[in-house]
Design a protein around this ligand. Sequence first.
Ligand SMILES: CC(C)(COP(=O)(O)OP(=O)(O)OC[C@H]1O[C@@H](n2cnc3c(N)ncnc32)[C@H](O)[C@@H]1OP(=O)(O)O)[C@@H](O)C(=O)NCCC(=O)NCCS
Length: 157
Amino acid sequence: MWLRPQPQGQPQSWHDWFEDWRLWFDQVKTNLWFGRGGLNVKRYYIWKDAQAAVHSDVWKDPRGYYFLNIMTVLPECQGRGIGRRLVTAVTDQADVEGMPCYLEASKDVPNIPIYERFGFEFVKKLDCDHDGEKCTLYCMVREPRSTQKDNSETNAA
Ligand SMILES: CC(C)(COP(=O)(O)OP(=O)(O)OC[C@H]1O[C@@H](n2cnc3c(N)ncnc32)[C@H](O)[C@@H]1OP(=O)(O)O)[C@@H](O)C(=O)NCCC(=O)NCCS
């Protein structure tokens, strides 16, 4: 799931506001139907606080970033180019617009090398700490291709 860029200092559009609440209600519906699945609300807020700190440090572009919020391919379907298609559907558009993209990988290996194939570069770790239990996410930024210093990205699409 990609999120659209949110320019700094601009209020959220009605469309994005509506989508945020739709996502919230869908999540509540899922939790009621399937159970919370171990969701720990305190940890959610620890993550959101750590994320806000990293974004203020890493998000330099005032126009905002296309944010690859969640991406999962069924295990039996991985390695067949589906992830590439889900990513390039937006990164191609970002290149046309000259916009940067951003993501938080849940694992360093193999996810960082996979996202590097799409032109993302690791920029910072996002550490969450809940009473000593730690979790690390790996923040990556992709500059638009026209302004990329390193044009070594392999595009097999
Ligand atoms: C990460 C994920 C979404 C990638 O989707 P996918 O459909 O398997 O990816 P693709 O088949 O399109 O491969 C993407 C690129 O990564 C490369 N790649 C795949 N596995 C790799 C690995 N283990 N190491 C390095 N590169 C790898 C592929 O060669 C391909 O590059 P290319 O197109 O330039 O040849 C998928 O593996 C996944 O759902 N993983 C589990 C859930 C997860 O970790 N989600 C992300 C949370 S941050």
